[in-house]
Design a protein around this ligand. Structure first.
Ligand code: PEP
Length: 255
């Protein structure tokens, strides 16, 4: 089974939720519940929570990530955070290209690619988000859209560098809406992404790359989605703020 060739990763995306004190409390609830996970567990938190999250998760199996990163190393970019800054703090993961960044903050495939480049150069592990809008799915162009997003974001990324990239397929219509892609819809797009990686790199590289699904994954639907051959984990928004639900998803990925 090819699934055995790659790591299953369950990552929470806390979005703009939790003060530092609340983040500490939430992580303290999550950590014991996922201590025996047989998959990688990540919590991506707001910038202001990174320090306390790193301290709270130190010595546990929960890794910490940021939710975005700028492409420049430093300079006149008021309000932004660079990849070397995250690395200096000891942050291992970063989400790039989340649909909320694309929809509300003008993120494009090109700026996503620049951020990926900066993150990889600095030594971060990237969770690269791609996915189509509902109108695009209805128009039947999902695969074209997702293929372009992946292709542009990975432009210039070598096979060696790809080892530090997880791709998260997140249909925009399923994020925070309670609408989930069916197991087969998720599997179909994840499979297409893997085939694209085989074209761009090689079969071996494609089989070794972790491809998550994200979009209203929860305790009830995780097992079905994660049972699919090409679904190697999940990027979890709402349910990552609920310790029991997040732990149930981690458990489903640990089977
Ligand atoms: C996300 O924020 O990446 C996400 C998938 O959110 P939700 O699980 O709430 O749909």
């Amino acid at each position: 089974m090819n699934k055995a060739k790659r790591a299953a990763v369950i990552a929470g995306n806390w979005k703009m939720n939790k003060t530092p004190a609340e983040a500490k409390a939430l992580l303290e609830e999550i950590i014991p519940l996922v201590a025996d996970a047989k998959c990688e567990v990540v919590a991506c938190v707001p910038y202001v929570d990174l320090q306390i999250a790193l301290e709270t998760a130190a010595g546990t199996n929960v890794k910490i990530g940021a939710e975005n990163v700028h492409w420049a190393e430093k300079g006149a970019f008021t309000g932004e955070i660079s990849a070397p800054m995250l690395v200096a703090m000891g942050v291992p993961y970063v989400i790039i290209g989340h649909s909320e960044r694309r929809s509300y903050f003008g993120e494009t495939d090109e700026t996503v690619a620049q951020r990926v480049r900066a993150a990889i150069d600095a030594g971060l592990k990237v969770i690269l988000c791609v996915g189509e809008y509902l109108e695009q799915r209805k128009e039947g162009v999902t695969m074209e859209i997702v293929r372009k997003q992946v292709k542009v974001a990975l432009g210039g990324v070598s096979a060696e560098e790809l080892k530090n990239i997880i791709i998260a397929y997140e249909p925009v219509w399923a994020i925070g809406t309670g609408l989930t892609a069916t197991d087969d819809q998720a599997a179909e797009v994840n499979h297409a992404i893997r085939e694209l990686l085989a074209e761009l790199y090689s079969r071996e590289v494609a089989d070794a790359t972790t491809i998550q699904y994200g979009g209203s994954m929860n305790a009830a639907n995780a097992e079905g989605l994660l049972s699919k051959e090409d679904v190697d984990g999940g990027l979890i928004g709402g349910a990552s703020l609920k310790p029991a639900d997040f732990a149930a998803i981690v458990k489903a990925a640990s089977k």
